[in-house]
Design a protein around this ligand. Structure first.
Ligand code: SAH
Length: 204
């Protein structure tokens, strides 16, 4: 089933071999609290994971992972750990992952899950808008919730030459962007329309 999912992603236009291999390794059914895993785990769709949140669609995980262009050993910050599926894919790509989740129950459940699976990511319960200034700079930053605007703290925490992958837009849909930090500032590129749960601030 995992092999079929990888074939489907390749048919849908994912050409990054390393990303396809990583997705081929992660047992997605272990990230879904549902016993009927055949109906859900390896279908290219998003699903509810509790706390009103979702596990991202595999195609979306593949697109974001490919845009991030992770090299082994790079320090990556993820905003929106959720169930940890994207985190696991980043680990398989050889990244040193730091991931922030604002929902405490999800943070706790995912910490236990990833540890049990042997994935060594550093998970943090906190507000992704702030990033992790004490651990900056990051080679790459990936945001897996829809941000109404570009969080300036995340741009600040990006290493020179680093890439931030972020869906920007309101609750009715976002555009995927890559933000690259250059000597002169930042460059932005758009990569099509996506639909994420919203990135929430502390007050919401
Ligand atoms: N990466 C996940 C996607 C989870 S959905 C996957 O692989 O499936 C997005 C997650 O972002 C949700 O769990 C939500 O609680 C979290 N989130 C929303 N706003 C946030 C914020 N400000 N800081 C950290 N996490 C946030």
């Amino acid at each position: 089933m995992r092999r079929k999912l990888v074939e489907e992603l390749a048919r849908k236009g994912i050409t990054d071999d390393k990303v396809l291999k990583a997705i081929g390794k992660v047992p997605r059914h272990l990230f879904i609290d549902d016993t009927a895993f055949e109906r859900f785990a390896y279908v290219d769709q998003a699903f509810p994971i509790g706390c009103g949140q979702t596990i991202s669609q595999p195609y979306t995980v593949a697109v974001q992972s490919a845009l991030l262009a992770v090299r082994p050993g790079e320090k990556v910050l993820e905003i929106g750990t959720g169930c940890g599926y994207q985190t696991a894919v980043l680990c398989e790509l050889g990244a040193k992952v730091h991931s922030i989740e604002r929902h405490r129950p999800l943070y706790l459940a995912t910490k236990a899950r990833l540890e049990a699976m042997g994935y060594r990511a550093r998970l943090v319960h906190g507000d992704g808008y702030k990033g992790l200034p004490a651990d900056a700079p990051f080679d790459k930053i990936i945001v897996t919730c829809g941000a109404p605007e570009l969080p300036s703290a995340l741009v600040d925490q990006l290493a020179p030459g680093g890439i931030l992958v972020i869906p920007l837009g309101g609750e009715d849909g976002q555009t995927m962007y890559t933000i690259t930090k250059t000597a002169g500032g930042i460059t932005r590129r758009a990569h099509g329309a996506f639909s994420f749960v919203p990135m929430l601030g502390n007050k919401k």
